[in-house]
Ligand binder design. Structure first.
Ligand SMILES: Nc1ncnc2c1ncn2[C@@H]1O[C@H](COP(=O)(O)OP(=O)(O)OP(=O)(O)O)[C@@H](O)[C@H]1O
Length: 231
């Protein structure tokens, strides 16, 4: 089954299309990398899939059904957790607002990374705030976890820490980033956007079989330089 399917999805702001005729699939269990130049429409696609934006055209299916907020956890680019709250406050909030809440799994992820429940969220580094957001996604038992540039502004070791959590999440993952080397380590599926349109979508293995590229970075750079070759 596919965790995500979009059909001719589009979003217009005024007269300008941020995303147009976007049909993508992400199989259940995939680690899907969403890449593309600045302004390509990545955040727009992620916000639509998370239900934070209404589509202008098209539709979204999550695990074969309509978009269901409980099935999707969104980790936004600016990680807008309630900053004055402690980690324990966030866990209580998660328990109160999610009927399927798994507090033990969330606490175990936090403990594994040395994040105490008394710590205040606004005093955590960006990387640790991302880990807290991922722990909340695990607690929510979301089937699809969507991350908008989780690696931006993180140092290399923290990026590795975040990506190792992403690799092990018990969910399908869709994440955007410009850091292709980190994506190549963990991801197995690629969605490439350019100028608001889907240029490529598929499993790495299939995409690389059809192309002489040596890896994800090579493949993405090729299509960014030669957009007319993509569909
Ligand atoms: N609320 C909005 N109003 C008007 N235009 C918007 C709005 N949101 C996005 N856009 C435009 O839609 C296009 C796609 O934006 P989006 O943020 O989805 O791109 P992106 O691929 O995430 O870019 P980046 O890598 O820089 O974060 C851009 O041209 C952007 O200026």
């Amino acid at each position: 089954m596919n965790a995500l399917e979009t059909h001719d999805l589009g979003r217009r702001h005024g007269r300008r299309w941020a995303l147009r005729e976007a049909s993508v699939t992400v199989p259940e269990g995939a680690r899907a990398a969403l890449v593309g130049p600045n302004g390509a429409g990545k955040s727009t696609l992620l916000n639509l899939v998370s239900g934070l934006l209404e589509p202008t055209t098209g539709r979204i299916e999550i695990f074969g059904g309509p978009l269901e907020p409980a099935a999707v956890a969104f980790v936004a680019q600016d990680k807008p957790l309630y900053r004055r709250w402690s980690v324990a406050d966030l866990l209580r909030f998660g328990a109160a607002t999610n009927p399927r809440w798994d507090g033990a799994a969330a606490r175990s992820l936090l403990a594994g990374h040395g994040i105490g429940s008394r710590e205040r969220v606004d005093r955590l580094s960006g990387g640790r705030r991302t880990l807290v957001a991922l722990a909340l996604a695990v607690g929510k038992r979301a089937g699809l976890v969507v991350l908008d540039e989780p690696l931006a502004e993180l140092d290399p070791l923290t990026r590795m820490e975040v990506m190792s959590v992403v690799r092990d999440l018990p969910a399908t993952v869709l994440l955007s980033s410009h850091i292709l080397a980190d994506l190549a380590e963990v991801c197995d599926h690629l969605i490439l956007l350019g100028a608001g349109r889907v240029r490529l979508c598929g499993g790495f293995g299939d995409l690389l079989r059809d192309h002489p590229a040596t890896g994800l970075e090579d493949l993405v750079l090729h299509y960014l330089r030669n957009p007319e070759e993509a569909r």
